[in-house]
Design a protein around this ligand. Structure first.
Ligand code: FAD
Length: 270
């Protein structure tokens, strides 16, 4: 593994919340937040639906939690929106004291045509820098197991580097259950001159069917040994939860043992 110790700064821990769609789910999220807050993560990210379904939920969650003194990092993507929508969000977040953003292309619901003229996340990063200078710390997405649309590892790294050169400060990865994929990706990035912190995204193992379905969609690999073990305990909630927690605890420990710059936990609002 390439030596990264010298680049290490403070490790950052964060929680990702899924943007709520209704008042009821916003209330549920706030109850979960009250339980997670004592763990004192450095910041909280909130997902954003490029298709429009959760945009208002993202904004409300971010503004409410920021007003309560939490460090927030809203996800932002362009989807089919015109730039005015992005401008308005940037102004609102800046005025609310938000200092971080996660800039994404977003998943593309079929039929959505970009109203902003942007095609990839690097263009959004460039746009945010043009509009707001260095105000925001910008995170972008990274894919240790390669984004499903990528032709090759080389193009994955090349386009990731374009996002970094556009002004991204750090990255959060798609989830994975094979730490070696992360280490290999990190090494390749370093060899390509990408030196920003790449923080692993950690997906809790809580629901067998949902996890298999989602992993197939987003290109996260479920190792055979893990899938088979989960299959065995899927109908025993306590054993399932205990096994999932054990697998992830040991993976997180291994990541931290090898100088990972932090961890971002996808809470799924649980
Ligand atoms: P991009 O960086 O644009 O990359 C997408 C694909 O295009 C890749 O294959 C890449 O190699 C290629 N590419 C990149 N730049 C170029 C270029 N200039 N020219 C040609 N090809 C290029 N989705 C949501 O809808 N809402 C969310 O809140 C959300 N949060 C996420 C958080 C994290 C940490 C991660 C990892 C993903 C998240 N996603 C979210 C999913 C994400 O939006 C999808 O994976 C999406 O398909 C790609 O987004 P991106 O920002 O990585 O896109």
């Amino acid at each position: 593994m390439v030596e990264v110790q010298s680049k290490m700064t403070e490790r950052l821990f964060s929680f990702e919340y899924s943007a709520p769609k209704t008042d009821e789910t916003l209330g549920k999220l706030k109850a979960v937040h009250a339980r997670l807050q004592p763990l004192q993560p450095h910041f909280y990210t909130v997902t954003y639906g490029a298709g429009g379904s959760t945009k208002e939920g993202t904004r409300r969650t971010v503004l409410d939690l920021a007003a309560a003194g939490n460090q927030m990092a809203p996800h932002l993507s362009f989807g089919g929106d015109r730039v005015e929508v992005i401008d308005e969000l940037l102004e609102t977040y800046e005025a609310a004291g938000v200092q971080r953003l996660v800039a994404l292309r977003g998943d593309r619901p079929s039929g959505i045509v970009s109203g902003s003229g942007m095609g990839h996340a690097n263009e959004l990063v460039t746009y945010i820098r043009e509009k707001t200078g260095s105000h925001f710390h910008i995170d972008v997405a990274a894919y240790p197991e390669i984004h499903p649309e990528s032709d090759s590892v080389e193009s994955e790294i090349r386009y990731f580097k374009v996002k970094v050169e556009a002004g991204a400060n750090s990255a959060i990865t798609q989830y994975f259950y094979n730490a070696d994929a992360y280490f290999r990706f990190r090494d390749l990035c370093l060899k390509s001159g990408i030196e920003i912190p790449i923080v692993p995204g950690i997906m809790p193992i809580t629901n067998y069917q949902g996890l298999i379905r989602f992993s197939n969609l987003c290109g996260a690999e479920m190792p055979r040994w893990l899938e088979r073990n989960l299959q065995t305990v899927q109908h025993d909630p306590d054993s399932f939860k205990a096994f999932g927690a054990e697998v992830l605890t040991s993976m997180c420990q291994r990541l931290l043992d090898y100088d990972t710059p932090g961890l971002c936990f996808y809470t799924l609002n649980h």
